[in-house]
Design a protein around this ligand. Structure first.
Ligand code: HEC
Length: 221
């Protein structure tokens, strides 16, 4: 008598049936992978997949114009589409640094005052109030004999005095060598104000008696 003959017939049928049944989930998954359905998929864990939302062009009574899509705020300019005077945002036209403040930045007392205020905030810790590179941070670093400390440049050297306004603007924006850039903290107009003030500061340290009004000269001599 063989082993299979001892298993009752109905058990064999039941086993064959269960074996066939065990393929059903797999077949369903396989079908679900390829079949197209109008109905939403079976979703056991919702997480945050389904949330109330407005689709493009849908109406929304919340707004006076009844549109869910909001128009851009008046005056919005897309990235890269800003039309400005050449040199204003990067200090150069093509490869050339602009020599003087760009058009639209008016050199007046207000600009210099603003530049002085911003310079005192952002630049003096390193460059010092007079711009000789002797700010408090630098003094402290030298006191501690910090081996990594690179002394801030004096703003009164021939080299820095000879730099174009655009170059100076770029130094403030992107930094130079070991100096970090301040473009993210200081707005474009404030950077130009600082440039103007640095020029005034440089002039003040290289002034001649001819720069002093004639009526005051005798009191200085
Ligand atoms: C954290 C300290 C620090 C601050 C703040 C700082 N600088 Fe400097 N600056 C330096 C250092 C250091 C150098 C010299 C870098 C080198 O030689 O590697 C330098 C160099 C310069 C130079 C010389 C660039 C050249 O043409 O060679 C100018 C101009 C200058 N800084 C302007 C400014 C202005 C304007 C500000 C304020 C917006 C400012 N710096 C803020 C540290 C600083």
């Amino acid at each position: 008598m063989s082993a299979s003959a001892r298993i009752p017939r109905w058990v064999k049928f039941a086993m064959a049936f269960l074996l066939a049944l065990s393929w059903v989930p797999l077949a369903m998954v396989a079908k679900a992978r390829y079949a197209v359905s109008e109905k939403p998929p079976l979703h056991l864990f919702f997480d945050m997949d389904d949330q109330p939302k407005y689709k493009p062009q849908a109406p929304n009574s919340l707004f006076a114009d009844g549109r869910a899509m909001r128009p851009p705020v008046a005056g919005t300019v897309a990235r890269g589409e800003l039309q400005v005077t050449p040199g204003v945002v990067d200090g150069r036209i093509g490869e050339e640094w602009i020599a003087m403040l760009p058009d639209g930045i008016v050199l007046d007392e207000q600009l210099l005052k603003r530049g002085q205020e911003r310079f005192d905030i952002y630049c003096t810790p390193c460059h010092g109030l007079s711009g000789y590179g002797d700010g408090m941070v630098s003094k402290r670093a030298e006191q501690l004999e910090e081996p990594q400390w690179v002394p801030p440049s004096s703003l009164h050297t021939e080299l820095v005095r000879g730099r174009e306004d655009g170059h100076l603007f770029n130094t403030i924006t992107n930094g130079i060598r070991n100096m970090p850039g301040y473009g993210r903290q200081i707005s474009v107009s404030d950077r130009w104000a600082i440039v103007a003030y640095v020029r005034a500061l440089q002039r003040s340290q290289a002034a001649t008696i001819e720069d002093v009004p004639a009526e005051i000269r005798p009191s200085l001599r």
